[in-house]
Every structure is written in structure tokens, then in C-alpha cells.
Design a protein around this ligand. Structure first.
Ligand code: ADP
Ligand code: MG
Length: 369
């Protein structure tokens, strides 16, 4: 994630400054098309960056309510492309499936990886892959048969099952399927299930696999049913209509170790009518915050910083002032970050790189109108 992290900070500077310049142009400026092209290119570069991180199973953590049935429906065309003609894909999706909290990109990746493996296990023969969903009460006994179970509570889980009638696995293979780089395929990379496991862990879920040589394989994924109280104080800003005239007042504490990110973000905040106090790391942030916790309307906090990272900083400022609004800016983190904010959830997330509009919407969602 190191290089992608640096790239993303650079893109934040490029995209943000290009957007700010465009905002200053007069209507008939001949420079506009060039800036539009820079903005479009920066957007594409950001997409590429994300793809690299999706592949490694790291980085994105836009947590939102997800209906796994819809996710499977959306992914079906892609799934049909990645399975061969001799494979029949069937679905048994429970009606009115409860939502889970998750990252759609990562969960799509999980479904893809499981289906591709199932298709490869069927090989050239005719076979069937069945995808099922539902809600199940999961007890200790069931959890004990799962990977990643130790700390999970008994209770209601949404399950997603991918079943195939392919070659199956013997005991030795079964014991190692989730090991990174373990593969039995000539051209395999052995990373598909390792990524699946990482993503499931990040979602506080569990995964079970049953298989026998010659008799097919079933992977069952359990994800906690989404609690009714929303994880974030408000739904993510994306869902809200654009409100280009929204402005705010007050002071924002802006914390990022990267100068390019700070300067462009500070300018965007000032354009919204906000005062800005900057800090270059978590330690400085806390020093500023301790001076007067009440003077900040919001804190804009980078996740990945040396010394005191965003998560620890967040915990400390919440201890000093429990109701403070904190928007976490995500570059990319080494671990599947967000999903570890159990007690101290940020009030909002802002994915880097962002445009002035994204920042405004994210603040509006957190501060209200
Ligand atoms: N549905 C399945 N049926 C049989 N074997 C499987 C299945 N899914 C995974 N495996 C076994 O697990 C190994 C690791 O899978 P994976 O991590 O996706 O890596 P790769 O597909 O590159 O080998 C596979 O090589 C295969 O031996
Ligand atoms: Mg695979």
C-alpha cells in the first residue's frame, strides 16, 4: 500500500488544485478545456490506483449498507463472463435479505474470487455453481467450524454461499486453501482466497468451507446483520443531492502529514467560509486540540500518518470531547483500516483524492445544513 498511498496524496494535490483553478476562471476562459482534461486524467489515475488496491484487498473502506442480493445481481454479467460455457450459474437469493455493513468493491471481489475458483474446479466438464443468500442464526457450534471465528458473537448473520460440483479438495488442500500463495493450479497465484479471508476479517465476518475430493465444494460466508442504528451519524455524503451553494462557518482542524494535501485542502475549506488550523501529525493535532477542544467545528483527519496514526488520534480527541465531528480522510492504510473503528467511529469518510465538491458534501453531511 505504500506507493499507492504516496500516489494518492499526489493525486489529491493535482486534482484539488486543478478544481480550484477551474473555480477561479471566468466563464469564457480558453484555459478551461485544459483544466478539464487534467481533472479527467487525475480521475482516471485515481481509478487505477483503486484497482491496484482492490486487487491486494487493501485500502478502500467506504463502509455502507449493502444488500448482498443486489450486489450479486450487479455482478452477474461480470460473473458470466468469467465462467466458461459448460458451467451453469444458478442463484437462490432469499427475498428481503437484511443488509450488512461493508465495502461494495471488496465484497464484489469476494464473490468474484469464489465463483472463479468454482468454475476452475469444474474445469471442462459440465457443472453447476449455486449462489445462495439468506439469514441464519449462527451459534457457537457453527462458528467453531468457521475460519476467523474466535471473537465473533452468536447471533443473526447474513450468509452467502457459493457451491460447486467440481473436483473438490482432499484434506491437505483443504487445510491450506487460505494460505497466501498456496495453489494447486499450474498458473495459479494462490492469492484469491487469501484476499477473501482478509476482506471477510475486515468485515467482522467468518467463512466456512466444506469439500470432499470428487464431490464439490461449498464456501459459506457469514457477515453480521447490519444494526439498525447507522454506523455513521449520517449516510455517506454521496447519496445526497449536490448543494453547490452550501457554506459553513467556524474552524476546522486539518491534520495531514503531506504538505501538498494540507495546502490544497485548506484552500478548499477557506472557500467554504471556514477558518483552518493545520497540524502535520497526530501529536500536533492533539496539542492544538487540547488548547481548546470547543473551538473546532470539525476535525479533518488523515488516517495514515507516522507516529500517532488517525485511529489513535481519533480515540484521543474523542476522549477529550466525545461529540466532536471527525471526518477521516483515507489515503490507503496497511491494514483494512476502517473496519477497526469499533468504539470510535468517525462521523464521516472522505476518500482521497477528492474534489472541492466531495469535501463540501462530506462536511455538509456531518455538520448538517
Ligand atoms: N471451489 C474450489 N474447488 C476446489 N478447490 C478449490 C476451490 N477453491 C479453491 N480451491 C483450492 O484452493 C487453492 C487456492 O485458491 P486461490 O487462493 O483462489 O488461488 P488460485 O485460484 O490462484 O490457485 C486452489 O489452487 C485450489 O486448490
Ligand atoms: Mg483463485
Amino acid at each position: 500500500g505504500g506507493i499507492a498511498h504516496d500516489f494518492n496524496n499526489l493525486l489529491t494535490g493535482i486534482l484539488g488544485n486543478a478544481c480550484l483553478s477551474r473555480g477561479e476562471l471566468s466563464g469564457d476562459s480558453t484555459i478551461r478545456p485544459y483544466l478539464d482534461r487534467i481533472i479527467a486524467s487525475a480521475g482516471r489515475a485515481a481509478e487505477l490506483c483503486k484497482q491496484m488496491l482492490d486487487y491486494s484487498g487493501k485500502g478502500r473502506f467506504i463502509v455502507q449498507p449493502i444488500n448482498l442480493n443486489s450486489l450479486i445481481h450487479e455482478t452477474t454479467p461480470l460473473l458470466e463472463l468469467s465462467t466458461s460455457k459448460n458451467v451453469t450459474l444458478t442463484a437462490h437469493l432469499a427475498p428481503q435479505l437484511a443488509d450488512v455493513d461493508g465495502d461494495p468493491t471488496q465484497l464484489r471481489q469476494v464473490v468474484m474470487n469464489l465463483i472463479i475458483n468454482a468454475s476452475e474446479a469444474i474445469g471442462d466438464r459440465n457443472g453447476t455453481i449455486t449462489v445462495s443468500t439468506g439469514v441464519r442464526h449462527v451459534d457457537r457450534a457453527c462458528l467453531r467450524q468457521c475460519h476467523l471465528c474466535p471473537d465473533l458473537a452468536e447471533g443473526l448473520y447474513v450468509f452467502l454461499e457459493v457451491s460447486d460440483d467440481g473436483c473438490g479438495m482432499n484434506e491437505e488442500t483443504l487445510a491450506r486453501v487460505f494460505d497466501p500463495f498456496f495453489t494447486t493450479k499450474f498458473t495459479g497465484r494462490g492469492l484469491g482466497l487469501a484476499a477473501v479471508l482478509g476482506i471477510v476479517r475486515g468485515h467482522h465476518g467468518a467463512i466456512k468451507v466444506t469439500s470432499a475430493s470428487g464431490r464439490g465444494t461449498t464456501f459459506t460466508l457469514f457477515l453480521p446483520v447490519r444494526e439498525k442504528a447507522p454506523a455513521l451519524s449520517k449516510p455517506l455524503a454521496k447519496a445526497q443531492p449536490a448543494e453547490p451553494t452550501w457554506r459553513a462557518n467556524g474552524t476546522v482542524l486539518l491534520v495531514d502529514d503531506e504538505e501538498a494535501v494540507r495546502s490544497v485542502t485548506a484552500r478548499m475549506l477557506k472557500n467554504l467560509g471556514l477558518e483552518v488550523v493545520q497540524a502535520t501529525n497526530g501529536q500536533e493535532c492533539l496539542e492544538q486540540f487540547r488548547v481548546g477542544p470547543e473551538r473546532f467545528t470539525a476535525v479533518l483527519l488523515d488516517l495514515t500518518m507516522p507516529h500517532l496514526n488517525g485511529q489513535s488520534t481519533l480515540r484521543e480527541i474523542r476522549r477529550l470531547r466525545p461529540d466532536v465531528r471527525v471526518i477521516l480522510m483515507s489515503g490507503f492504510s496497511k491494514e483494512n483500516a476502517s473496519l477497526q473503528f469499533d468504539q470510535d467511529r468517525p462521523s464521516g469518510f472522505l476518500q482521497k483524492p477528492f474534489k472541492p465538491d466531495d469535501l463540501r458534501e462530506s462536511l455538509r453531511a456531518v455538520l448538517g445544513d
